[in-house]
Design a protein. Sequence first.
Length: 302
Amino acid sequence: HRRFDYRPKTDPYCQARYTFCPTGSAIPLMKEEDVIEVYRLQAPVWEFKYGDLLGHLKIMHDAVGFKSSLTGKNYTMEWYELFQLGNCTFPHLRPGMDAPFWCNQGAACFYEGIDDAHWKANGTLVLVTTISGAMFNDMAQWVKYDNETGIYYETWTVQASPDKKSTVWFDAYECSKFILRTYQKLADLGAVFKKIQTNYTSIILFSGEPIYLGNETSIFGPQGNKTLAAAIRDFYSPFKPHKSVREFFVDLFKIIDHVVLNHRFYLFYNLEYWFLPMKSPYLKIIYEEVPLPVGSKASFGV
């Protein structure tokens, strides 16, 4: 996933249905000698709206919790899409504009408190490691960097086959990837993680070798490729901006239909378009184990 120099201003056309990070706050500076418990948090996506429905599909949302021993305060940190998932997955086709218009950014959100009931009811709230205040402060600096340079949400992982060792053409960039990066950063700073099983959701597309098509200007600009531009618009036309999760899933099934019948998918990744020659089993939602990390430097402790 490419890093960018800065986060672009959001276009007023992009309206979120739910405010992004409504109670968010700055990450506090901890006392270096503080001892901070780190918790793994996971619950079904959109649980506030649909209860445990997506828990059965194992479509989970991940976050990380912190508890300061000195102050007794709890905090939650997560990463999610600014304009809801549908906008990060499908573009808008706007009248008078040739190129599909993307409302796609993801970012970290940090706020005081851990909603114990939410994470425990259908999910997970479990202690994974303990760190010092100094390590927490180093992590906070890294979060700032990660947040300013890794700005686009990417729903799909694209790989060559369901085989474990298969080539990964494109990696997703979503909530769980941020949590995994955070854990890795803590491990590199010296955190020692408990030996517990940790599983994450991936939505995977299966494709032969992707074909690079170009960027917005080269395809849709004045010197662009009209045939290709029309094919991409046609591909995205069934997918409207999403008002509800139900609509998102209706469109997800439309896309699967498109993909299976025509063996084609147009992927927009790091501001560039790619053609994916799709192959069976086309799409899978998997919930698989990703072990907690081991640090890159020798460390002692828990």
